[in-house]
Write a protein that binds this ligand. Structure first.
Ligand code: C5P
Ligand code: C5P
Ligand code: ZN
Length: 488
């Protein structure tokens, strides 16, 4: 979506206002308590906020969590902070914060849809939705944190690549050939100008730095290549037949190790293969923009923006967010080594959960307007979002959103992760509204973006919630707007 320059200017002035408050409190040696969301974008945001505060010698603490509720409010005020910073969440909690801690100074650096209106002068909110900028595609939570950090001190421009990793983690590369645009593009330009990023056009398969080429092909689902996706030995035969070496010494080569000529050969071979299967439209998906972090070591997950984001996601979702934050703040030693192991575990878990869902057809329930995955106690509640993101693409031809849930018995709630597709958005679906309204109708809480949103719902209200969500999606598909005041 093209943005008006004056909207961007207004957003940047608000970033400066937030920055002035942060600097002022740090100068007075105030204690700053930071909270961030546990996915890749939230962790990148926490890393940016942490580095910015470290550089101005602030006294601070960072906590990462999945959401904020009544119980967590006590933690927010623990240690009597002079300032609370929330990143990658907060815009859905204005009413709660107003009710519980109206006198605390709070800065919200977020890109989620805003619920309620902010009339409390103690709360400063930096959110693109306030300026007509789409928070689902044009800037992420880490990007918003980046603009605040840059306004605190221009030295923080070196954090631009981390902000882009967050945007890629939130799947904001939704523009032509998987590019980042609008506010994200300003960050791209900052990173390129500082010599920290190279933007290239290449094959967009996931794993370009770390996966041997045949494994990269075998693991691709978008595009799905019949006969190669999921078939490692056939993928190996395919690559071997192309005539270039698949090894360099003992090491299997990754996509990034190929020469431009070899890449061309690979690309046309895959294109020919797809065409031979009649998959013309998938050929267009092969090439797109790649975001290379030039100061990172080649053949590591940190070199490619998309691989980096999955690594961060794994630290958050496997209960080790401090590793991800340390990496974003510059640790390239112990934190990096440990996070590689966490990433492996995370992948194993995801595979286990996807297999579990696919094992029995009844685990994917089809209602009138939505699909439901009953993860209950079989899927970890912190990984349900990833499972939902992966599986929605297998249902992409359908306009029905996917709502997956896992139980959190100790809290007597189910954690729902809703995901939908671009096609459904065009038909009027807005999951942020659905999750917020349906959960609130049954004693829960929810919200998020039009394309990806979540909710917590009391265990005994799951069926009622699903019924309401199903109805609400039906109404949206019939053209009804359900009343978020800031839809993109
Ligand atoms: O809280 P936050 O905005 O960072 O999270 C958005 C979540 O939604 C991420 O986990 C991201 O992977 C997911 N997402 C998605 N599909 C999209 C956009 C975002 O699954 N198209
Ligand atoms: O948790 P999950 O990855 O499914 O969340 C999808 C999106 O919805 C995220 O951007 C998350 O921050 C948001 N969300 C929310 N309020 C909730 C739960 C999730 O805004 N109660
Ligand atoms: Zn985010």
């Amino acid at each position: 979506m093209a943005q008006q320059p004056e909207n961007i200017q207004k957003f940047l002035s608000q970033a400066q206002e937030a920055a002035n408050v942060i600097k002022d409190i740090a100068q007075k040696d105030g204690f700053i308590s930071c909270f961030s969301h546990l996915d890749a974008d939230g962790i990148a945001a926490a890393g940016i906020v942490g580095k910015m505060l470290q550089r101005i010698d602030a006294r601070f603490r960072i906590r990462v969590m999945q959401w904020v509720d009544d119980k967590i409010i006590a933690e927010v005020t623990a240690g009597k902070p002079q300032l609370v910073i929330m990143s990658d969440f907060g815009s859905g909690y204005i009413d709660l914060l107003n009710e519980k801690i109206p006198n605390n100074k709070i800065i919200i650096l977020d890109h989620h849809q805003i619920a309620g209106s902010n009339s409390n002068s103690n709360f400063i909110m930096l959110n693109p939705h306030n300026y007509g900028i789409d928070g689902a595609t044009d800037v992420s939570g880490s990007g918003v944190a980046y603009f605040a950090a840059k306004a605190v001190d221009s030295v923080n421009i070196d954090l631009a690549p981390i902000a882009l990793v967050g945007a890629l983690g939130d799947m904001q590369d939704k523009y032509e050939q998987r590019s980042l645009r609008c506010l994200n593009e300003i960050i791209v330009n900052d990173a390129v100008t500082s010599g920290l990023l190279k933007v290239e056009k290449d094959l967009t398969f996931f794993g370009r730095e770390t996966r041997p080429i045949h494994r990269m092909l075998a693991s691709t689902t978008n595009p799905f290549i019949p006969g190669l996706s999921g078939q490692e030995s056939d993928a190996l035969n395919f690559i071997t037949s192309l005539g270039f070496p698949i090894k360099q010494g003992d090491k299997l080569r990754a996509l990034c190790d190929l020469t431009p000529q070899e890449r061309k050969i690979l690309c046309s071979a895959i294109a020919d293969y797809l065409l031979s299967k009649g998959l013309h439209t998938d050929v267009d998906k092969l090439i797109g923009y790649i975001y290379v972090l030039t100061k990172e070591e080649p053949n590591t997950a940190l070199r490619d923006g998309r691989e980096f984001s999955v690594l961060l996601n794994s630290t958050g979702r496997m209960d080790r967010p401090s590793l991800g934050i340390a990496i974003c703040m510059g640790d390239r030693k112990t934190a990096l080594e440990e996070s590689d192991k966490i990433l492996e575990e995370y992948r194993k878990n995801i595979n286990k959960y996807i297999n579990w869902v696919q094992e029995k057809p009844e685990r994917l329930q089809e209602l009138q307007n939505i699909y439901v995955i009953h993860g209950e106690n079989a899927i970890n509640e912190k990984i349900i979002g990833t499972v939902s993101s992966i599986l929605v693409s297998t249902l992409a031809k359908n306009l029905k959103p996917l709502l997956a849930f896992a139980n959190i018995d100790a809290e007597k709630v189910a954690k729902f992760s809703g995901r939908t597709t671009e096609a459904a958005l065009l038909k009027g679906v807005n999951l942020g509204d659905v999750m917020r309204l349906a959960s609130e109708a049954h004693g829960g809480k929810g919200g998020g973006h039009n394309i990806a949103a979540g909710a917590q719902v009391p265990l005994d209200k799951i069926e009622a919630f699903l019924k309401t969500a199903d109805d609400l999606v039906g109404r949206q598909l019939n053209g009804e707007k359900l009343g978020s005041n800031n839809n993109p």
